[in-house]
Design a protein around this ligand. Structure first.
Ligand SMILES: *Cc1c(COP(=O)(O)O)cnc(C)c1O
Length: 427
């Protein structure tokens, strides 16, 4: 599509947007009586208007039935998990039985490590991305210590080449080949939180399996942002949080994917609890753990039904909009953003501003990361003053993520204008 570089064109794109009605499904933050430009859907997605109602329904069930609400009423709590994994299956690209909604991200990663990281002799190495999100690093470090291993002996980090921002797929694959006899696990992010780089999960998974390793992904920045096909790609496990692109609220309930080939394995190592116990006999409360033969078999505790409700409220909007449609709009938005941004970058030059997100459409999602060698903080403050929600990461990176559910092309236009002015003002 040919874009135009005036505000009229942005408005035309918004008028023609088949998803425009979904903006009204969210509470947009306001400042000085005006809707702000919220580009932090990658950090905490905005609140759906229907979240309150869904939570109230749970409160009403509780009020009406007490503990019997698990079994009774218009929406028995025991049936709610099914209503979550159905819409999630489209977003994650998995069968509903391969999904479990439970806990939060970091704890789920520990639980997946228990099942999928089974070091044997010298086959104990883990390949992961350098400078992964800190929680992932701490998870690995402490998990390995718990197993009596020294993280330094086990972790192989892949970095971008000197002078580059992105990790090259060929460098990941070369490392897998190099360590093929001692590799136990590849643990990688679907989308890097800092640069917004999307990784080729299918290729990485195939390479890992050929080397005899398991392959798992952290999808914190991928779930609800990019197209995923975890089942088809043969991924072993994955975990994500639901408060970023999935709009399910601060500290929302997380999720995990476990490929169906593991559901029936009797010797699968795991940390169990009663909520993972075979549903038909759970309430007999007998000794000896018998897992549910789906991803639900990895649950431990009674889930928070209140968190289920806020997750459901958001997933319902994804279903109504259609995830494929959202991906189409997301791609159009980022093409438009790059179209407007490139002249600003060319004009000011790399001493002032650099795009550190890959430009190729297959290699980025909604997020754009910009590196400012000098006046980043000042630019960031000016954007904030202009009513734009972006975020700041040391040593000079501003991240934004226009999302297809509630952001507009006009907002993108206004952002690029404000950015150009902010840079020009920094002498
Ligand atoms: C946001 C994020 C987390 C956060 O983990 P929680 O356990 O949900 O607090 C972890 N890993 C990555 C890659 C993230 O982007």
């Amino acid at each position: 599509m040919e874009f135009g570089n005036d505000i009229e064109f942005a408005r035309q794109l918004d008028d023609a947007d088949p998803l425009k009605r979904f903006r009204k499904c969210f509470h947009i933050p306001r400042g000085e009586g005006k809707e702000q430009i919220y580009f932090l859907g990658n950090s905490l997605g905005l609140q759906p208007v229907n979240t309150r109602e869904e939570i109230n329904r749970v409160l009403q069930q509780w009020a009406n039935y007490g503990v019997e609400a698990f079994f009774q009423g218009e929406e028995p709590w025991l049936e709610m998990h099914e209503r979550l994994v159905e819409p999630l299956s489209w977003i994650i690209g998995a069968r509903p039985a391969e999904l479990v909604v439970m806990n939060q991200l970091t704890i789920n990663l520990h639980l997946m490590m228990v099942s999928f990281y089974r070091p044997q002799g010298k086959r104990n190495k883990i390949i992961c991305e350098a400078r992964a999100f800190p929680s992932d690093q701490y998870m690995l470090e402490t998990h390995l210590k718990h197993l009596g291993l020294d993280p330094k002996d086990v972790i192989i980090e892949i970095t971008p080449r000197t002078g580059e921002y992105h990790i090259r797929t060929e460098d990941i694959l070369a490392s897998v080949t190099q360590h093929r006899d001692e590799l136990a696990l590849i643990f990688w992010g679907g989308v890097n939180y800092y640069t917004g780089q999307v990784f080729d999960m299918e290729l990485i998974t195939r390479a890992g399996h050929e080397a005899g390793a398991k392959v798992g992904f952290d999808l914190a920045h991928a779930a609800g942002n990019i197209k995923l096909r975890l089942h088809e790609w043969n991924v072993d496990f994955a975990c994500w949080c639901s408060y970023k692109y999935l709009n399910s609220g601060p500290g929302a309930i997380g999720g995990a994917f476990i490929h169906s080939r593991y559901h029936h394995l009797a010797d699968m190592n795991r940390f169990a609890g009663w909520w993972g116990y075979d549903k038909t006999s759970r309430f007999r409360m007998e000794p000896g753990f018998v897992p549910i033969q789906t991803a639900e078999g990895w649950q431990q505790s009674t889930p928070s039904i209140l968190l289920y409700a806020s997750h459901f409220a958001a997933l319902k909007i994804f279903s109504d909009a259609g995830f494929e449609n959202l991906l189409i709009k997301a791609e159009a938005m980022s093409r438009y953003l790059y179209y407007l941004l490139q002249p600003v970058v060319d004009f000011h030059g790399s001493s002032k501003i650099n795009i550190i997100t890959p430009v190729d459409n297959n290699a980025h999602g909604c997020q754009l990361s910009l590196f400012f060698p000098k006046h980043g903080q000042e630019v960031f403050k000016k954007l904030t003053a202009a009513g734009i929600f972006a975020d700041w990461r040391e040593p000079g990176v501003i991240r934004i993520a226009p999302v297809p559910l509630y952001n507009t092309f006009t907002e993108i236009f206004e952002f690029v204008g404000a950015l150009g002015n902010a840079i020009a003002d920094c002498k």
